[in-house]
Design a protein around this ligand. Structure first.
Ligand SMILES: NC(=O)c1ccc[n+]([C@@H]2O[C@H](COP(=O)([O-])OP(=O)(O)OC[C@H]3O[C@@H](n4cnc5c(N)ncnc54)[C@H](OP(=O)(O)O)[C@@H]3O)[C@@H](O)[C@H]2O)c1
Length: 337
């Protein structure tokens, strides 16, 4: 019989954790035992794993001994405290938070881009990139290999699910409330998100950019292994439930035409090109990304203002490829070792 793994999902009741459970089941990951962990608040409740209900246990009092693979998705402070304990007990930790992403001895892995890095894990921890970086790099890695990316100019249009379950509820409540002429209450976002767009994600840093913007800079360089790539990013939150979109302008060392880029992307892993020059002939979060695994690329155009410039529109389900799916794909790479 092939090896079965004792798999722990930390943050199993969250927006990402719930999808991790369903993707583990969908892809028939060889789970011998599934351990669902969350805070004391949710302990004793149940989550779905395939057709089974699994009782949620309290992370704080759980003994990690015997866990083979732990998928963490409960925020950075929880990862910082508990991931090293799971790793010390022998588990391979795959962490969704930003707690370890920039540590030199923790690999940052996109399964289609740098899968070989999963083996370089001296601390027993592998980091999953930020959702916006994830879909960006699935699309950009083939272009970087072919033509050498020198500079990126990115604007994101990020859905509220990227902020977690409470943000999904806030968009729903505000939308229903406003349509019924009720006043708006904002708790998750600093201003109304329903029927609005907010040029802010994460925390503001000293240079005026936000942490979500700087993640695109740091993570792109680390994953592509090239500190010379210049990245200019603006993060915008939009009233979409699932699916992040990105407008990306790329400057390459060698000329890559839109026609050649389209051909290259059509044969690259994890990507679906949707690029008909007609109304609706492009991917959107609702029509393509939500609930699906691929990274969708459309609106592929030569930059008319730059001889080595290229424009892309990149859309993906931020909870699936942007978080849970990539974490499970990393677990599959670990399971194959
Ligand atoms: N959403 C995305 O697109 C996305 C993408 C990439 C990475 N991430 C990262 O994934 C993590 C979770 O995101 P999310 O969107 O799933 O958030 P969420 O919906 O708010 O879920 C948070 C999860 O963490 C658990 N948790 C909170 N405090 C805990 C504690 N003290 N001990 C144990 N468990 C605790 C919650 O359990 P309770 O039910 O007990 O509260 C819940 O299961 C974050 O680090 C986030 O940055 C998210």
């Amino acid at each position: 019989m092939s090896k079965q793994f004792r798999v722990a999902v930390v943050g199993a009741t969250g927006a990402v954790g719930e999808v991790m459970l369903s993707i583990l089941a969908e892809r028939n990951f060889p789970v011998g035992e599934l351990v669902a962990l969350a805070s004391e608040r949710s302990a004793g409740g149940k989550v779905k794993f395939g057709h089974r209900d699994v009782v949620v246990q309290d992370l704080a009092s759980f003994d990690p001994a015997g866990v083979d693979i732990a998928l963490f998705s409960a925020g950075g402070s929880i990862s910082k405290e508990f991931a090293p304990k799971f790793a010390a007990a022998g588990a391979v930790v795959i962490d969704n938070s930003s707690a370890f992403r920039y540590d030199d001895d923790v690999p940052l892995v996109v399964s289609e881009v740098n899968p070989e890095m999963v083996k370089e894990r001296p601390r027993g921890i592998i980091a999953n990139p930020n959702c916006s970086t994830m879909q960006l790099l699935v699309a950009l890695a083939p272009i970087h290999r072919k033509a050498g990316i020198e500079r990126l100019n990115i604007a994101t249009y990020q859905s509220v699910s990227g902020t977690g379950r409470k943000a999904l509820e806030e968009l729903g409540k505000q939308t229903a409330g406003l349509l019924n002429f009720n006043p708006v209450e904002s708790q998750v976002y600093p201003v109304q998100i329903a029927f609005n767009v907010i040029p802010h994600g994460g925390e503001f840093t000293d240079n005026g950019y936000t942490t979500e913007e700087m993640k695109l800079v740091w993570e792109t360089r680390k994953i592509l292994g090239d500190d010379a790539i210049r990245v200019n990013a603006t993060v915008v939150r939009v009233p979409v439930f699932y699916g992040h979109s990105e407008v990306v302008n790329i400057e390459t060392r060698d000329k890559l035409s839109a026609t050649d880029a389209r051909k290259l992307l059509e044969t690259s892993p994890g990507i679906e090109v949707v690029d008909e020059h007609e109304p609706g002939g492009y991917p959107t979060p609702v029509t393509h990304a939500s609930g699906n695994d691929a990274v969708y690329v459309g609106r592929i155009r030569d930059d008319l203002s730059h001889p080595h410039g290229l424009n892309l529109w990149i859309v993906a389900d931020n909870i699936r490829k942007g978080a849970a799916l990539n974490a499970v794909q990393i677990a599959e790479l670990v399971a194959m070792e």
